[in-house]
Structures are given as structure tokens and as C-alpha cells.
Design a protein around this ligand. Structure first.
Ligand code: ZN
Ligand code: ZN
Length: 538
């Protein structure tokens, strides 16, 4: 524990010792300091110095605290702006790994060691495989491309798997460009127009002020399934769009909640297509869900499947072992009359705008794109009335029994063992994000950016801002040798770790010092506005 009378404790910290945790957090948020930092031990291999570094939660791109959410939103706006109207093909060169990326890769390596050890000891590796998948996803999101150590488990190849039917769309030969067409006006000016698109899901019943007029006739089941499969539908749309456009279309898109609580998509597209063609692509796009049937509830209430090691889930009344996930898929793969359990499509409300670089329209669209990024889908409910809360509750009930993925516990309800089945699964109690009130069925990423948009990851945009500020300060931004530091997690409840409240107040103190410094510099720098950017570099 930090002693309040210890003179080495910064004054700001000593003064604030009696403050309650939530007050400290409020102060931290006011100052843009991360309140859910991840402490990591960093050892400098050159000097042997070991210290604890608080990595902001926002470094994982899934910001969990308001400060990081706000900062990431600023970075997203910068990223969106930078890629939208590019005039030159972005160069593809991988940059050096940063500290956080290095840490992730090292953690990945230790997970792999752990997995190999467990596997050779004949232990169950399901959980660790899931952890590895999650970590791989995070590594990719942190801007490292490709797989780090290759897959730990070979994917089952399924020659009989149902293919998506190809939509009826014109197909152009692909040009090797990510830029749109240039148009020339009679007075010699050239324009490279871009587009802004809003896609919504279909109607599930008449809506007034964000709530169904007749809740009993509102199609909650379809609303739930469409939300669950929305990210797949968006993937299909991009594939179809590229096929029709005939160039490597780049986009920056965000998924946001409508008032009726259905997800919808705002998408900035670099380059243009004729509106009629774009409408044709939207109308022809669909996603078929080839999952086992869910129309018969086989297990409910007290009558639930029971797990036995080496056997899997079986019906306690009859002793019948339920088909495994792969067996269930094989069953209908051989059935010529099988139909998809669900087909997701967009609704008819599509909005298409042409946008020119640097115009007021472009700024307004970027505003739409980033409007709700600091909130979860469910949080758009803040301040909503009783009728809307009731509406959310009904949607949650529908989502409760829908399988959110192949591994969802809800499959047991329909008499199928979920993929990677393990003991303790209870239908209706899946812990997948999609079932939660924050996500309302959509558990995918909120920001979707194609790889050659600005050709920079969020981490690289962050680095840009830092470099800019350091240059303004006249400090050289020396590249850090990625192998100089080793990072390791600090176990939860480590007695040597300074309490979070004290760490937060120290960070606030640092931030304030930095800000004062920036203010002084700004006065000297003849009114150059550094304040907004100082936040990012501190
Ligand atoms: Zn944070
Ligand atoms: Zn689930």
C-alpha cells in the first residue's frame, strides 16, 4: 500500500487518498485517462530495468472505458477522413511491431506452449483453443497481418458443405485499382467522387417512435436472427459490390443501432458506381444460414440433456446420445430438399449519396459514421421510455433461445450437441455476447475498415499523431527496437501492484503536466492549435 505520509508519493496523490474510487474515476475520465488499464511488467533487456506499465484498455481496440472510447473515436474519424478520397494507390508496406503487438505475440507463444503441454498430457484443450482464437483475432485487430504461429488445430474440411447460391448480378473484370474514377469538367477541373451509403434491415412490423405499433404481431424471431447474422450479410454485400464495381472497392463502415433496435450500416465508399447498380447489388445480396433445424423444441424446463465424459450429451429419459454438431450438419448436407434455416436480406430503405472530398457533406457523413462509436448498441436506450424498454425486453427474449453460433448452448434445446461441446452447457444461458442487452444480437465489430482504406491500422494513426506532436515540440521520435523490451502479464491480486486509485491519480497528474506544457508551447507557437492532438500523444 502507498503510505499517505510517504514523501515520495506525488502530492496530488497524497492529497486525494481519501477519495472514493468512483470520484477518482470521474476525475480520470475528465482528464482523458484510461480507467481500466491493463498493468504489464516491462523489462528493458538493455538496462535490466523492470517497471509496471499501464496499457490503456483502448489499446485492444475494444475500448472498455469512456476515456479510451472517446480517444478511439477521434482516431476513427481521422482514419475515415484520410482514406475516403485518396488520389494515389496506397503503398502496402508492413511497419515495425509496436510494444503492444509484441506483447500479444509473446502471449500467443506462451498460450501455444501451454496448449502443447496440455495436449501431450492428454488434457482437454477446448478452452485454450478458444482463448487462442480470441487472441489471434486481437492480434489481427492490433494491425498484425496473417497468422502468428499457424493454426493449432486443422479446420475440418467439408466437401459436402452447402454453398451459398450466387446472386444474379453482372460481373465486371477486375481492374487492379482501389481508386474510383476521375471526372473532368469543361473548365478543366477534375473530380474524384465518393459515396456514402446507409443500409437497413427489413421491416418486422409497423414502428412508431421506435416501438412496434402492435408488439404481438411484430416479427421478433426474424429481427433476432437478422441481427445475429448481420455481419455475414455485410460481408456478402462487400463481395458482391466488388464483383459488380470491377475494382477493389475500399470502405470504412460502422454498425449502429436504429431506434427500433435493429442494427444498420453506414458505409463510406471510395469511388462511385451508378446508383441503379448499387441498388441492384443491395437487392440481390442475401446470406443463407445452413444450420440444423430449430423448429422443434426437444428439451425444455426440467428435461435437459445430460453430459457424460467420453459420450457427450444424451437424453436422460431414453439414453439416446444427441448428434454432434458435425453429424447434424452431415445429415442435412445429404438431404437434397434441405433449406437454409434463415435467409438474411437488407430492407428497402437504402440511402445513397454522392460525396466530394473536402465538402460540408463529407464532414457531415463522417459525423454520422462516428456518432455512436462510444456507446454499445444497447446503450442507445439511455433515456428511452417504458415502451422502448419493453420492446428491448421482447427482443432479448427472442434472442435468449436463438443459437448465436455453432458453439451456442441453445443447440441442446433443439437436440443437437453444440460444436466443441463440453460439460455445463444449459440452453437459455449461453454467455455469448450476442445474447446480452449491450449487444442485442449483434456481436460483431462496430467499425469495419477494408485493408487498403488508408492502409494504416489504428495503431499507425496513433503513431502519426504522436510523431506530429513530438516534431512540434522539437523532440526526435526515435524508433524503438521492438526486441528491446519483454512484456509479461501481472497476475490478478499481485500484492506488489500499486492500487488502481493511486495509479489513476498519477496518470491524471502526468496528463495535467503534459497539458500545461502544451499550453505554454501553444502560446509560443503563435496560435498553432496543438491542444486537440496533445491528448493523443500524452
Ligand atoms: Zn481505457
Ligand atoms: Zn449463444
Amino acid at each position: 500500500m502507498t503510505n499517505p505520509t510517504d514523501r515520495h508519493t506525488p502530492r496530488a496523490v497524497r492529497m486525494s487518498m481519501p477519495l472514493a474510487r468512483d470520484v477518482v474515476e470521474a476525475i480520470a475520465v475528465q482528464n482523458g485517462v484510461c480507467i481500466r488499464p491493463v498493468p504489464l511488467r516491462r523489462v528493458d533487456t538493455a538496462t535490466g530495468v523492470s517497471e509496471v506499465i499501464d496499457v490503456p484498455c483502448g489499446a485492444t481496440l475494444e475500448a472498455k472505458c469512456p476515456s479510451c472510447a472517446k480517444r478511439n473515436r477521434h482516431l476513427r474519424v481521422a482514419q475515415c477522413r484520410e482514406g475516403w478520397h485518396l488520389e494515389h494507390e496506397p503503398a502496402i508496406t508492413p511497419g515495425p511491431a509496436d510494444d503492444y503487438q509484441t506483447h500479444l505475440v509473446e502471449q500467443r507463444a506462451s498460450f501455444q506452449t501451454e496448449r502443447d503441454r496440455a495436449a501431450s498430457a492428454g488434457q482437454d484443450v477446448t478452452d485454450i483453443d478458444l482463448a487462442i482464437d480470441e487472441l489471434d483475432e486481437e492480434i489481427n485487430q492490433a494491425g498484425l497481418r496473417g497468422s502468428v504461429v499457424g493454426r493449432s488445430t486443422p479446420k475440418r474440411s467439408r466437401s459436402t458443405r452447402r454453398r451459398q447460391d450466387a446472386p444474379d448480378l453482372p460481373r465486371r473484370t477486375m481492374a487492379k485499382t482501389t481508386l474510383g474514377r476521375v471526372f473532368h469538367s469543361s473548365d478543366g477541373k477534375s473530380f474524384r467522387p465518393s459515396m456514402f451509403l446507409t443500409l437497413t434491415l427489413p421491416s418486422y412490423g409497423k414502428i412508431r417512435d421506435g416501438v412496434p405499433v402492435d408488439p404481438d404481431r411484430y416479427d421478433y424471431a426474424s429481427a433476432a436472427r437478422d441481427a445475429l447474422h448481420f455481419s455475414k450479410l455485410v460481408d456478402r454485400f462487400v463481395q458482391n459490390l466488388r464483383r459488380v464495381a470491377g475494382f477493389d472497392v475500399q470502405y470504412f463502415a460502422t454498425v449502429e443501432p436504429q431506434k427500433r433496435l435493429a442494427p444498420h450500416l453506414h458505409m463510406a465508399i471510395r469511388g462511385t458506381l451508378p446508383r441503379a447498380e448499387l441498388r441492384q447489388v443491395v437487392a440481390a445480396t442475401y446470406h443463407q444460414v445452413w444450420w440444423p433445424r430449430q423448429d422443434t423444441v426437444r428439451f425444455d424446463g426440467e428435461h435437459l440433456p445430460v453430459w457424460a465424459d467420453g459420450v457427450g450429451y444424451f437424453d436422460p429419459a431414453t439414453g439416446e446420445v444427441l448428434p454432434t454438431w458435425d453429424e447434424a450438419l452431415d445429415q442435412f448436407a445429404n438431404d437434397q430438399d434441405a433449406e437454409p434455416v434463415h435467409v438474411a436480406r437488407f430492407g428497402v430503405q437504402t440511402d445513397i449519396q454522392g460525396v466530394l472530398a473536402g465538402t460540408k457533406d463529407a464532414d457531415q457523413c463522417i459525423g454520422y459514421l462516428s456518432k455512436y462509436l462510444t456507446k454499445s448498441l444497447g446503450q442507445s436506450m439511455d433515456g428511452a421510455g417504458d415502451a422502448q424498454h419493453l420492446h428491448a425486453e421482447r427482443l432479448m427474449n427472442a434472442l435468449r433461445w436463438e443459437p448465436c453460433s455453432a458453439a451456442c448452448a441453445n443447440w441442446l434445446r433443439y437436440g443437437v450437441q453444440p460444436k466443441n461441446a463440453k460439460p455445463g452447457l444449459i440452453p437459455g444461458r449461453c454467455r455469448g455476447k450476442a445474447h446480452s442487452p449491450e449487444h442485442l444480437g449483434y456481436a460483431g465489430r462496430r467499425v469495419l475498415v477494408s485493408r487498403k482504406w488508408s492502409n494504416k491500422t489504428l495503431t499507425e494513426h496513433k503513431q502519426d499523431r504522436r510523431t506530429w506532436v513530438l516534431q512540434a515540440l522539437g523532440i526526435a521520435d526515435e524508433p524503438i527496437d521492438p526486441h528491446r523490451y519483454t512484456w509479461s502479464p501481472i497476475p490478478a491480486g499481485d500484492a506488489n501492484l500499486t492500487p488502481i486509485g493511486v495509479r489513476l491519480l498519477r496518470a491524471v497528474h502526468e496528463r495535467q503536466r503534459w497539458r500545461n506544457h502544451m499550453t505554454q508551447l501553444q502560446a509560443q507557437a503563435d496560435g498553432q492549435d496543438l491542444s486537440a492532438i496533445g491528448e493523443e500523444a500524452a
